[in-house]
Design a protein around this ligand. Sequence first.
Ligand code: ADP
Ligand code: MG
Length: 483
Amino acid sequence: MELEPVQSPLLEIDHDARRAWEQCLSKIQERVSSLSYKTWFQPIIPLKLQANKLTVQVPSQFFYDWVEQHYNQLIRDAITSVLGPEGKLYYSISSDDEQPPPIQLELSLQTQHENGGAVASFTAPAPSRSSLRITELPILQNNLNSRYTFENFIKGDSNQLARAAAMAVANNPGGTSFNPLVIYGGTGLGKTHLMHALGNYAIALGKARRVIYVSSEKFTIEFVEAIQQDKVNEFSHFYRSVDLLIVDDIQFFSGKEKTQDNFFHTFNTLYQLGKQIVLSSDVPPKELKGLDERLISRFQSGLTADIQPPDLETRIAILRKKSEDSGFELPQDVIDFIATNVTSNVRELEGCLISLIARASLDNREIGIDLARDVLKMVVNEMRSPITIDQIQRVVCEFYDLPEDILRAKTRKQEVVLARQVAMFLAKELTSSSLKTIGLHFGGRDHSTVIHACQSVQDHMKEDPLFRQNVDQLKRHLTLTGR
Ligand code: ADP
Ligand code: MG
């Protein structure tokens, strides 16, 4: 990628910084959509590299907040792989002349104690101007994201029950009949937000000391690692000694029997101790496939609350609040336009708003209906929910006319092996999942099996044009049409 020469008088081009950042960018580019890449990564300018500290410049505080909130892990991974585990990234925020002087922020890449939560700390590395305005970054504790609170969760008919239940639980964890509390609903509707808000509030009220938020995917990966390292006892003890355990997206436990078994015992232990369990899922518990009946029946023993897509009024309220919070008040007609056109979920709504603000500030355009229309076209396409490994498996099995769960089975029949390799290859190409996660989705196979699969599909594609056509067709089907 070519980067623009640095304009600011502050800076001289540092070739090492540029090279390091380009390497980071190539890793990042593989994992984000082209729209996100153009909007959020191309405008970042590498300034200097000293030892393993890379300083980059971002155009505004708003830009920094957004990147930090949404791409923190991605950038962290890229920096670690390019600069090593001690690598650090400093942000310098450029400013217009009328604006306050630049802010310098550090993203510390060390992780925090046992729960793996990240610490984002700040320091002010050698300022090039006399005064520095320092903004504090949120510190993630217990994996809880402090940005997600009840205050910034907009109430509406669609989420009223889930929100009320979450507040009741935060006020009295383990002490209501809402144990477990299961929140279910489609993607981007606020489940994760609500669960973090619950955890943050319980801590703020002093109602729970040890709170752990974990995705079921992370729980699974940690469990598999614990088995490999002969540390299952420590693992179990860790999760069984909390006051409030929040597990997000439990549908991912599907088909993972050993993890389910461990989780079942964790659940029982906590429940018997009167500790609170909060879960989320994309479907109601009774519709969860591939989950042990005894788990499903446990899940149903407390309160199950749904979140529905927001209605028009709620969408308008969300847009208004979010635009105010980001310091850009949108004209009413623009709010109405977005709220009427983006109906599926809050994440899309937010994505639209953010891209609109980013476009307006980067291109120096006024936020009006025309710009909104342009942005909407791009965003709605981009923001379709990401492809999942399960969808890939389903589509590949349909294509090769195989039963759906065969790719996870042990069989080494030739046609199954081929389909499995193709599905692994597509999972690597089309999702941001790690090799390890991909392997887990295919019956707990090792990451080296995934590497081997990707390599042999690539080789096969080079040799066999028909095979290549098939793989391309599958890819197109997954990215463009229904899944
Ligand atoms: P889910 O976990 O259901 O897929 P998230 O909790 O990740 O959805 O929500 C997606 C985005 O939408 C988040 O940025 C979240 O803050 C925002 N969001 C969802 N619902 C609301 C709401 N009612 N009020 C404010 N923001 C919301
Ligand atoms: Mg979520």
